[in-house]
Design a protein around this ligand. Sequence first.
Ligand SMILES: *Cc1c(COP(=O)(O)O)cnc(C)c1O
Length: 366
Amino acid sequence: MLDNGEGLEQLVAQLIRPEVRRLKAYHVPDSGDMLKADAMENPYFWPQELKQQWLQRLSTIEINRYPDPQAQGVVTRFKKVMSIAPQFDLLLGNGSDEIIQLLALAVARPGATIMAPEPSFVMYRMIALLAGLKYCGVPLAAGFELDLDRFLEAIKEQQPALIFLSQPNNPTGNVFAAQDVEAIIDASPGLVIVDEAYTAFTETDSLYLLEKYPNVLVMRTVSKIGLAGLRLGLLIGRPQWLREIDKLRMPYNINVLTQASAEFALDHYAWLDRQAKQIVTNRQVFYQRLSNIPGLKVWPSETNFLLVQGVRGAGKAIFQQLKQQGILIKCLDGSHPQLADTFRITVGLERDNSRIAEALENLLKY
Ligand SMILES: *Cc1c(COP(=O)(O)O)cnc(C)c1O
C-alpha cells in the first residue's frame, strides 16, 4: 500500500467498526498540581509504618513469574473482610470496568440489550457499544429515584440480557429504594448487576439479594477506598454464573504487584475502613457547608462525592472559575438533561473540602 496518509484514513474508516469510530475516547483531564476532586479518589495514604511493611512485601515478589491466575490469596481475603457466604464465588477484574466488559461479552448475542437507569455510570453505555450490544438508558424520576413503572415497561419491551444498577448511584449519590430494585430483579428476564462501588460509604448492602434471587450478581471495587491505582474489582455471585464469565477472563488479568498489594491492604482492612468512615464524616460537614451557600443545591449523598447544582446557566461557569483557582471538579452540565448546571465534587481531606467551599462561597457572594 502506498503510504500517502489518505490511503491510511480510508483503511481505518473501512476496517474499524463505525460505532467505535463514533465513540469519544474516555477523556481524563490533565490535572497537573491542581486540587483533584473530580474522580472520587481517596485522599489518604497509609501511615509510614504500614507503607514500609508494604514495600517490604513487594520486594519479595518474583516479577519474572506469572501471577497466580486465580489470585487465591486476594479472593480468600475478600471473602473474609466482606463476610461473603461460602456458597458464593468471586471473580476478579482489572477494575470493575473490566468486569463490566466481561459481562457484556458473555451475553453478546446479536440483538442483546444492556439496560441501565440514566443518569448513571457512563461505562455501562460505553462498554455496551464497544461489545456490539444495544443499550437502553431509562430516565430516573425527578428526584433521581428509580422510575419503576417506566423501568418495568422498558424491561417488558426490550427484554434486556443485562441490567446495571449502581447502588448508590453515580453521579447522583443516592441509594435506590430496595423494593424498586427487587421489583426490577423480579421482572428481569436476564441478569441484574448491582454495582456497589461505594459500599464503604453507605449502610446499604445488597449481598442479601444473592440469596434471594438467582439472577443477581454484586460488583464491588477497591478503587474508592484508597486503591484506585491497583485496578481491582470483584464480582460476587452464584458459581453457575461466575464459572461461565470466568472463561472470558484473561488468565493473568490481576498482576503480581496488584495481588501482593491487595493482599497486604486487605490484611489491614481496618485502616481502609477507618478512612472511609472519616470521609463519611467529612462528607456530612461538607454537605452542610455547601447547602448553606445561596444559589447552590446539594443532593444528599451516600458516596464519597456530592452532586451540586448551580442556578440555571451557572454550572459551566462555576466549574471554569474553580479550575482557574486550581480546583478540579467534574462538570456534568451537558452530559444529561437532568444534570444541567450540575457538577460532582469528590469528598476529600477536611482542609481541601474547606478550600473548595470557600472558593464557592466567594464566587457566589453576590
Ligand atoms: C468508580 C466506579 C466504578 C469503579 O470502577 P473501577 O474500574 O473498579 O475503578 C464502578 N462503578 C461505578 C458506579 C463507579 O462509580
